[in-house]
Design a protein around this ligand. Structure first.
Ligand code: ADP
Ligand code: ZN
Length: 438
């Protein structure tokens, strides 16, 4: 490893478009061939009369059927494996934010490649072997724990596997161990900052932080800026999902101009979620990923349900891997209220523009007198709680700004700091209590 190099894997990170395409075709053909060891894919291909030899170019990808989360559930637990179980060394099971569990199997090679991918991301944002990397993710089935752990070790950083929760201990570790980089979900960073303030810790004065990796849940650009201002360091967006190993799939570089998705590991498609046809660059669609180097459980054209768009295929940092916009959220996170489609992140974006508000908010949907309504509760900073006139004016301003964004008028409730639930892991932003009419 050359500490001065901006690239950990220059041979892959600096490939030209032509070289990326060539490598992808090669790896795709090998992957499809390997998938025939999986009873699931063998049957799928036979059903539509497709043979691995029919895949000759990247365009041929479109001949292949999609794989869905439902397929993973239907084959639970091991029906998708492309290797015998004795070759597997680990499984991760997703609780499924939205349903039954799914299982992802890994061989030793898969674990190694995953660590390489995460190490590459961390290197890209400036981490080197003399850094101290603290991970505040839960260790266990949640891939943000072990995924970052192995990646940061692979890079050679001193790792602090602090795991989730216990904010006072997290802050003590940061101070005592000279932590220079932290990985956390964005909602937890704001929580940590509040605890620092309550305990007289000034991150700029008392900590050696250089870099934050924030991800695992949707967040707005406004939220990122807020986090950067709180801690006085750059916060880089990290995207991943258990089906694609975990973290390490897409990561921002120091330009902060979108997520680089590693195309030596994945083929990226953006499709219209209704027609399943590809959408032009710049247009929002569903992210579909094909794995290119997975052994235990390769996935072909996996529908992630995450909505995003292509921003470009080159970057001043020297990497030509595809750049995608931050995720809007998953198609199943979308709120449909009185026929209007709303993503929680749209609401967050507005709330974060009011500096009187803290970062914790909760959207509740209810049915009152046969009408569906949205209530947005958001915490305010202490100094406002006794100025009723100002509170009322602020509530009005927020309501108006939200209406401009989502085209519906929500009820806005300002609540004291600390009164909304906080989670150690991914934040729960929406509670749906609407009546369902059958
Ligand atoms: P679960 O499916 O149980 O939520 P995962 O950890 O696999 O477990 O979650 C992956 C999902 O988390 C992604 O599909 C995406 O919706 C969300 N996600 C992960 N990272 C980000 C990010 N940086 N921005 C927005 N959403 C993200
Ligand atoms: Zn870049």
């Amino acid at each position: 490893m050359d500490d001065k190099s901006p690239f950990l894997h220059p041979q892959y990170e600096t490939l030209s478009r032509e070289e990326i395409n060539r490598l992808q075709v090669e790896r795709l053909q090998a992957t499809v061939k390997h998938c025939m060891n999986s009873p699931f894919y063998k049957k799928r291909f036979e059903e539509i009369g497709l043979k691995p030899e029919d895949i000759k170019s990247l365009e041929d990808l479109r001949k292949m059927p999609f794989t869905t989360k439902q397929d993973l559930r239907d084959t639970y637990p091991f029906g998708m494996a492309s290797v015998p179980l004795r070759k597997c060394v680990r499984l991760h099971s997703s609780s499924g934010t939205t349903g039954n569990p799914t299982v992802i199997l890994h061989t030793q090679k898969d674990i190694d490649e995953w660590a390489n991918a995460v190490a590459r991301c961390l290197w890209m944002v400036g981490l080197r072997p003399d850094d101290v990397f603290q991970n505040s993710s839960g260790y266990g089935m949640f891939t943000g724990g072990l995924g970052f752990q192995y990646g940061a070790e692979r890079l050679g950083a001193l790792t602090v596997p602090a795991a989730a929760g216990n904010s006072l201990r997290q802050i003590k570790f940061m101070k005592d161990f000279g932590t220079t980089a932290v990985h956390a979900v964005p909602s937890y960073v704001t929580r940590l900052y509040e605890v620092m303030c309550d305990n007289g810790v000034d991150p700029r004065r008392d900590l050696k932080l250089k870099v934050l990796a924030i991800g695992a849940e949707p967040h707005s650009e406004e939220q990122r800026k807020r986090i950067e201002n709180m801690l006085g360091v750059k916060a880089y967006n990290s995207f991943g999902m258990s089906e694609m190993c975990g973290p390490g799939v897409g990561f921002e570089c120091q330009e902060q101009n979108g997520l680089h998705f590693w195309e030596d590991y994945y083929i990226v498609e953006i499709v219209d979620p209704e027609t399943l046809e590809p959408v032009p660059d710049g247009q929002i669609g569903e992210l579909v990923l094909t794995t290119l180097n997975r052994e235990a459980m390769p996935l072909l054209r996996y529908r992630t349900r995450d909505l995003t768009r292509v921003l470009g295929r080159s970057c001043p940092c020297g990497r030509n891997h595809i750049r995608l916009d931050r995720m809007r959220g998953r198609s199943d996170d979308m709120i449909v209220l009185r026929g209007v489609n709303i993503f929680p992140i749209q609401i967050e974006k507005i709330l974060m523009q009011f500096k009187e508000l803290s970062s914790n908010y909760l959207i509740t949907l209810t049915t009152d007198d046969d009408n569906d309504n949205m209530t947005v509760e958001v915490e305010i900073s202490e100094m406002f709680t006794d100025d009723y006139g100002r509170l009322q004016a602020l509530t009005k301003d927020i309501t108006r700004a939200l209406k401009d964004e989502i085209l519906l008028t929500p009820r806005v409730k300002l609540v004291p700091k600390g009164s909304l639930p906080v989670s150690d892991g991914k934040a729960v932003r929406v509670v749906d209590k609407r009546k369902v009419y059958l």
